[in-house]
Design a protein around this ligand. Sequence first.
Ligand code: SF4
Length: 178
Amino acid sequence: MQKLLLHACCGVCSAYVPERLMPDFDVAIYYENSNIYPSQEFYKRQEAAKIMADGFNLPFIEADYKPADWFRHVRGLKNEPERGKRCDACIYHRLNKTFQYAKEKGFTAVATTLSVSRRKDVNQINTIGYALAKQYGIEFVGRDWKKQEGEKISQRRAKDAGIYRQEYCGCVYSRKNV
Ligand code: SF4
């Protein structure tokens, strides 16, 4: 089976997407989210994502928290709306790190859970994913995970599991809109 590295951003998104990939891939979850502010929030989401990964009996890889890198990457874009250019830069930053890790460790496919949220633009995510796939020579599995009630199922499972469920996308700018 092909080894797939699944970028995941929280417990809710890790509650359902892995199950869709597991019949076809040997999945490991990669928590790479230096966009999240503040640090307590980063670790709360990490813990929730790990609980769900453990439930699927999948490896859970924790990337270092490097918010200064992320802020450098989105410099000048703080006033952009959600789904705008700041999100382009943010998604690129996290997926690029995911592809880098995948390349280093011999994964042949990458995916991300991000499209499970109705607040996310699947075309924005997948355009970035396919461009990186070309650059790294690794397959990108770009799907709209919110389809087939994906978001509803994720939320319900996360609620049933009693894990932390966030109320904003992740960065300090999205937090202001809550
Ligand atoms: S709103 Fe979400 S996707 Fe956009 S920059 Fe902030 S954390 Fe990243």
